[in-house]
Design a protein around this ligand. Structure first.
Ligand code: PNS
Length: 161
């Protein structure tokens, strides 16, 4: 039974992420959705908020076989502790490739026992990112087709929009 880990900032989780989770679950019986702490990055939501929102959004999606966790430090150390063998990431446009390539090869250098597995985005989410969602919401735009309603509400509360 190959366990997989899907790491990310999830600041906040979008419908694009959820689509990746749903498809990854067709290949892996259990998926850890791992929210990174990374205190050096300027997140809109705190780590606790990101975990809570991610949990609520995924519970609402009805996808089973998931566990939402948080981690600090190296991803491969977290994967090792969880006994996950595959690292799941989504790929959207060309622009994602370089960053993902760099991360995958670094992770492989650090720990060759893990395999990075990439899921192509669904066409309708190929433009979607957490940053775009935050930007649109910040200026009062409607993001209800981009994120679950729980996330929409959390964004409005946080941004006062
Ligand atoms: O959603 P993001 O911000 O693109 O996710 C990036 C993430 C969390 C996958 C990446 O920053 C990460 O793995 N951070 C943990 C630290 C680490 O292991 N770095 C080495 C991999 S290059």
């Amino acid at each position: 039974m190959t366990l997989a880990i899907y790491p990310g900032s999830f600041d906040p989780i979008t419908n694009g992420h959820i689509d990746i989770v749903r498809r990854a679950r067709t290949l892996f019986p259990k998926l850890f959705v791992a929210v990174v702490a990374n205190p050096h990055k300027n997140h809109l939501f705190t780590l606790d908020e990101r975990v809570e929102i991610t949990q609520a959004a995924l519970a609402e999606s009805g996808i089973n076989g998931l566990e939402v966790i948080s981690f600090d430090g190296l991803l491969i150390e977290c994967a090792r502790e969880l006994n996950a063998k595959a690292i799941v990431r989504g790929l959207r446009a060309n622009s994602d490739f370089e960053y993902e390539f760099q991360m995958a090869l670094t992770n492989r250098d650090l720990a060759p026992e893990f395999e990075s597995v990439f899921f192509m985005t669904a066409k309708r989410y190929s433009f979607l990112s957490s940053s775009i969602v935050k930007e649109v919401c910040r200026y009062g735009g409607d993001v209800s087709t981009f994120v679950p309603s729980i996330v929409d509400e959390a964004l409005r509360r946080k941004l006062g929009s």
